[in-house]
Ligand binder design. Structure first.
Ligand SMILES: Nc1ncnc2c1ncn2[C@@H]1O[C@H](COP(=O)(O)OP(=O)(O)OP(=O)(O)O)[C@@H](O)[C@H]1O
Ligand SMILES: [Mg+2]
Length: 570
């Protein structure tokens, strides 16, 4: 058989991991269907020979008679040709029935596979640590979530076909052996020859399929870049830089897909000639050298042809499977690595006035040996107002990402305390340096819920007023229910920033962290945000990263990252 056996079984094992034992039921159903088909074909034998020529002592006839005799006794019908025809039709109807169930179940399992894979990838991404997540780019994630899953589905259909063809090849080979040892033997030899010929080709196709995974990543990345930076690229007409990279990667991927297709075309093209040549030689040898009766040649020919077609289709299915194996293996590899849920240092410990404590602490980025900064001791207590300063690139955002638990690449001690008995972890509000707007309405963007109550609207309106955004929202055609962001109303940089701050205020956090919250705001809007921050001062813990000094005199503590060291200024 023209397959790389260990790999095919390994792939079956991967799919079993996604679908459970259901995959074996499909194979069992397919076996029964193949067997019924084989029996149906065998019933032609008595019809062809008119039974008179059948040698009652051969195994072939014995097997056929095994089915014919009970029917004859039961029905009282003595014309064995009629019985054979009825049996043949019955076997084929039954085969059709089994095939219907097999295909139905196959498509059902394919839909389950789609759901399982998309769900598992989504869960895995959600559970990934930030440091792990950023190892791959967005194009990579998009690629495995759409393109690669589709290829895995194609691979699934073909792994089932591979095993179905293996089973029917074996069934036919056995039946051919029963009827004629000669044909059975020829089949065996041809299968081995095909295995040797196609083995190398299959491995090559597998290599190409791995290459395609990487190439599709490049295409997706460049395409995402074109979309996300469209405004900039359009303004300065610098699309060529990105679009030429996209062109190159598309060209590359289409070239590889073509190479890939050529191998499949080759196999498809030589399939029929191989079958016909083998059959012609076999008939010639049997007729001329062994004087075998024609009806025996015809029936074994039928089984032989079916079996050979099965073996050759097995090769086509194996090759198509191997063409998509890169995707199957890439996805299995990604899903195999366990995403750890527990976050370093984010363990709830005893209640205290403190919230977070860092000692003998240092952060080293992945690509350098020198620490970005070190901290001898930094304690953040409940209801403190803390300002963090430092030049651009000194590590302020990295420090904050470490406090929120996003960044876990650090050395030293970090302890996070529970803020109240009802919450297992700190309830953190985090206004990122780059504002985030989700697809949805103003209200949904603030509450982060699809369905909201009247109370949610009241609370949101109150915050909109506090942050000076009410006038703008009232001017929108659907007020709070206007869709914003991509596909909806675009917001200005400052409006986005204020909306992000409101979202975090809405959470009622124990600790509110803001990374440059007023960088995009004018003096008036900055004043409003600062007033809101000072209003919650000493009600909750506030940590603000700011280049401006207008909050400095409100700070209980002030830190600055200077010369790769966090120093207390206040
Ligand atoms: N994921 C990352 N991998 C490697 N290096 C990173 C990563 N993120 C940030 N850095 C590097 O770490 C340093 C600190 O970055 P960070 O964003 O913390 O600076 P910052 O003080 O917040 O600067 P800014 O005031 O400009 O926002 C920078 O030199 C940056 O290049
Ligand atoms: Mg920053």
């Amino acid at each position: 058989m023209s397959i790389d056996s260990p790999s095919v079984f390994k792939v079956l094992e991967i799919f079993r991991g996604y679908l459970g034992r259901n995959i074996y039921i499909i194979l069992l159903l397919a076996t029964v269907a193949s067997f019924l088909e084989g029996l149906g074909v065998m019933m032609i034998y008595p019809v062809l020979s008119g039974l008179s020529a059948a040698d009652g002592h051969t195994t072939a006839s014995a097997l056929i008679m095994y089915f014919i005799l009970p029917v004859s006794e039961f029905s009282g019908e003595s014309d064995l040709v009629t019985i054979s025809l009825v049996l043949m039709v019955t076997f084929f109807i039954l085969k059709g029935l089994f095939l219907l169930i097999t295909h139905g179940m196959n498509y059902y399992l394919k839909s389950i596979l789609l759901r399982t894979l998309k769900g598992r990838i989504k869960d895995k991404i959600q559970r990934s640590k930030y440091n792990e997540f950023i190892k791959n780019d967005k194009g990579w994630y998009q690629n495995i979530f759409s393109e690669q899953i589709n290829k895995v589905l194609v691979a699934y259909i073909h792994i089932v076909q591979v095993f179905t063809h293996i089973i029917s090849s074996i069934v036919y080979m056995c039946l051919a052996l029963i009827i004629s040892k000669y044909f059975g033997l020829v089949l065996l030899i041809i299968s081995l020859l095909l295995y040797i010929i196609f083995r190398k080709l299959n491995l090559h196709v597998r290599k190409i399929s791995h290459l395609l995974v990487t190439e599709y990543n490049l295409v997706n990345n460049s395409f995402l870049e074109l979309l996300s930076n469209f405004k900039y690229l359009k303004t300065f007409n610098t699309q060529n830089y990105v679009s030429s990279r996209l062109d190159t990667s598309i060209k590359q991927v289409s070239h590889t897909e073509f190479r890939h297709g050529i191998y499949l075309a080759l196999t498809m093209a030589i399939k029929e000639p191989i079958a016909v040549i083998t059959i012609a030689i076999s008939i010639f040898v049997q007729l001329k050298m062994f004087n075998v009766p024609l009806e025996l040649i015809l029936i074994s020919l039928l089984l032989f042809y079916r079996s050979l077609t099965s073996i050759l289709n097995l090769q086509v299915a194996t090759q198509t499977l191997f063409s998509n194996l890169g995707s199957v293996e890439a996805l299995a590899e990604y899903l195999r690595q366990p995403a750890r849920l527990d976050e370093k240092g984010k363990v709830a410990v005893e209640q205290s006035d403190k919230l977070i404590e860092l000692r003998d602490f240092s952060i080293t980025m992945d690509n350098t040996n020198e620490p970005l900064f070190t901290i001898d001791e930094l304690t953040i207590a409940k209801k403190e107002f803390i300002v963090i300063k430092g030049r651009s690139g000194s590590g302020k955002t990295t420090l904050i990402d470490t406090l929120t638990g996003l960044n876990v690449n650090y050395h030293g001690h970090k302890k996070t305390y529970v803020s109240s008995q009802s919450l297992p972890f700190l309830n953190v509000g985090y206004v990122c340096q780059d504002p985030v707007i989700f697809a949805g309405t103003v209200l949904q963007n603030i509450t982060m819920r699809s369905v909201n109550t009247a109370e949610d609207e009241v609370a949101t309106n109150k915050l909109l007023v506090s942050f000076g955004l009410m006038e703008f929202v009232s001017s929108l055609h659907n007020k709070l229910h206007t869709v914003i962001g991509s596909g909806g109303v675009e917001l200005s940089g400052g409006q986005k920033q204020r909306l992000n701050i409101i979202r975090e205020f809405y959470k009622n956090p124990d600790i509110l962290i803001l990374d440059e919250p007023t960088s995009a705001l004018d003096a008036v809007s900055s004043g409003i945000v600062n007033a809101c921050l000072t209003h919650i001062r000493h009600k909750i813990c506030v940590i603000v990263v700011s280049h401006k000094d207008d909050l400095d005199h409100f700070a209980d503590k002030m830190y600055s990252i200077e010369g790769a060291k966090v120093v207390a200024l206040k």
